[in-house]
Design a protein around this ligand. Sequence first.
Ligand SMILES: [Zn+2]
Length: 203
Amino acid sequence: MANSLSPRIRKLSEALSRLPGIGPLSAQRIAFHLLSGEDRSEARELAHLIEDAADSVRHCELCNTLCEDTLCSTCSDPKRERDKICVVESPADQQVIEGSLAYRGLYFVLGGRLSPVEDRGPEEIGLEKLMKRLEAEEVKEVILATSFTAEGDATAHYIALAAARHHPGIRVTRLARGIPAGIELEYTDVATVAHALLGRREA
Ligand SMILES: [Zn+2]
């Protein structure tokens, strides 16, 4: 950040640049944009929306996704197929699967993927909760939709082994390899995701 920026603008720019996908220059541009104009209504509205969401949004008790009630709309939808659970890394990835319109089952949203570098183990990503859920419900299939990165593959492998050990009767599948290696699910187009879902095979 340029040193000629006022302290408050610099602080705001630095905070914005920590958001995913926003570099220092974009952050500075957004900060200037928010502070242009006389009444600052856009900045105030944004601040209010962020505060309100931070206060009201929580995790679904069943699938961990972000929602505003005890259960999310997917978990409480009686029309969903309750014998399938699709395991994803984030609420954003869940939205990608939903967007493909190729899946009508339930979800489990992990707290990211296993990462020795970032010190994220099975406990941090919520694996215990997932295993408990497999115990409690009539699940016939677990679909592993973690990303096709090294860590995503390792996470899928770990979950497949744990499921096989504790719940050998449950079928565990992985999305087909239509998705290019190293790519986050979040950045994959819906047609490719639909294809990968339909072509899923044993993990
Ligand atoms: Zn849910």
